[in-house]
Design a protein around this ligand. Sequence first.
Ligand code: AMP
Ligand code: ZN
Length: 114
Amino acid sequence: MIDCIFCKIVNGKIPAEIVFENDHVMAFRDIQPQAREHFLFIHKAHQADLVEMVHENPEGVLQIMKAIGEFSKKTKMKENGFRVVTNIGRSAGQSVFHTHFHVLSDNHLGRFGK
Ligand code: AMP
Ligand code: ZN
């Protein structure tokens, strides 16, 4: 999609600190990290949000989850613990409308919502 910032990262039109890539999935560091380690995992094919994606590319959701799992084992993340979050809709804080999963890891994340 022409005006999508994450599609531009996929196409190499804007730079990002890429940490993982395969045929379907890409991951890069969030420019405004909310934890010591903060990555964004996306599918290379554009879908606006998770709800749209589970209808139109359910296999893609699994491909992203597998990539997160693989990455977590290659790094210390699996050992240290991490959190996966996706915001759906503006009121939930979604600001980029290309489905992405925030992957956050830190020494102590605290219990979500507590
Ligand atoms: P959300 O608010 O859930 O849609 O998440 C969008 C995330 O994308 C935010 O955490 C931003 O900091 C991040 N972000 C926006 N532009 C870029 C970029 N060019 N490179 C890396 N992360 C970005
Ligand atoms: Zn896109």
